[in-house]
Design a protein around this ligand. Structure first.
Ligand code: AMP
Length: 290
């Protein structure tokens, strides 16, 4: 595996790979790898000739009161893990390399963001689409792999690729979970013991909501309320949202139809956790999007 730190070198390699007719699979990350990241890399590796991963903690996507400074960083461990995962190139630019001057172009996404995490993280997805546009131009991927753990991000990337005609196939990869169902996240290390136990109720509450859909409950507002009540009695943290929306449009719906997302977010003391499931109108789980 080669570690690349400059845009010029990464772009030179990507262009050469394209000239050779190689298919590039790409995984964008903020590092602190866990099995979720490694699974994305595995998918990128098995479905393409070349697998490229980037680690960049993008300041633009963190709000002023968010955890940019304390976001976990472990570069040397990440490099080892990416190498073991069989990644060919690891792109590791620093902030000055990615943003040498203040950009003259401001990117703004106006749909799919006024709900879920977009509501409580204004500007977050503008930061995401800005950095991804740059990274896609640097890496030149054929396929980009994103985790469905961050399903709103997948919906936003879907809009970015469609609206701006990026010739990139988007793959939404299933959420990797701990044995007790908790979605793996770099932020789980911020939970204390009690919160770690309680955090299992995020996924349990989603499964509870799924059962309601399977049983024929088709009024989203009732499902949201039932899931909210179920979740809040089991945790000491504050429920940020429980939302049931169409997917990937992320619009409120009057009744259950088409593909839907049921998503939850909880504020614990030192971490805000999210989770979601994608379902058909009959309540069958949708695991992968491609
Ligand atoms: P991050 O480093 O948190 O920005 O995540 C990088 C990529 O890994 C994103 O596409 C995330 O959706 C994905 N990811 C993070 N956690 C998980 C997980 N538990 N299962 C699947 N994908 C994940």
């Amino acid at each position: 595996m080669e570690v690349i730190r400059t845009i010029s070198e990464m772009q030179r390699i990507s262009k050469q790979l394209k000239l050779e007719g190689k298919q590039i699979g790409y995984v964008a990350t903020m590092g602190s790898f866990h099995e979720g990241h490694l699974n994305l890399m595995q998918n990128a590796k098995t479905e393409n000739d070349i697998a490229i991963t980037s680690i960049f903690i993008n300041p633009l996507q963190f709000g002023p009161s968010e955890d940019y400074e304390k976001y976990p960083r472990d570069e040397s461990k990440d490099i080892k893990q990416a190498e073991q995962a069989g990644i060919h190139y690891l792109f590791l630019p620093d902030v000055k390399e990615m943003y040498p001057v203040k950009s003259l172009i401001d990117m703004h996404i106006q749909g799919r963001t006024e709900v879920l995490c977009g509501k409580s993280r204004p500007g977050h997805f503008d930061g995401v689409i800005t950095v991804l546009t740059k990274l896609f131009h640097i890496i030149l991927p054929d396929r980009a792999y994103f985790g469905l753990k961050d399903a709103q991000q997948v919906a936003v990337v879907d809009a970015l690729l469609n609206d701006l005609n990026f010739p990139i196939e988007l793959i939404g990869v299933p959420t990797t979970r701990e044995a007790d169902g908790l979605a793996k996240s770099s932020r789980n290390i911020f939970l204390d013991n009690r919160e770690r136990q309680e955090a299992t109720w995020l996924y349990k509450s989603l499964q509870f909501g799924q059962e309601l859909v399977v049983d024929g409950m088709n009024i989203p507002a009732i499902i949201e309320k039932e899931v909210h009540d179920y979740l809040s009695i089991h945790i000491s943290g504050r429920v940020d949202y429980v939302e049931l929306l169409s997917y990937p449009e992320l619009k409120p719906i009057a009744k259950i139809e088409g593909t839907i997302i049921l998503a939850v977010a909880v504020h614990f003391n030192q971490a805000r956790l999210i989770d979601n499931i994608l379902l058909t109108a009959k309540g069958e789980k949708i695991n992968r999007l491609d």
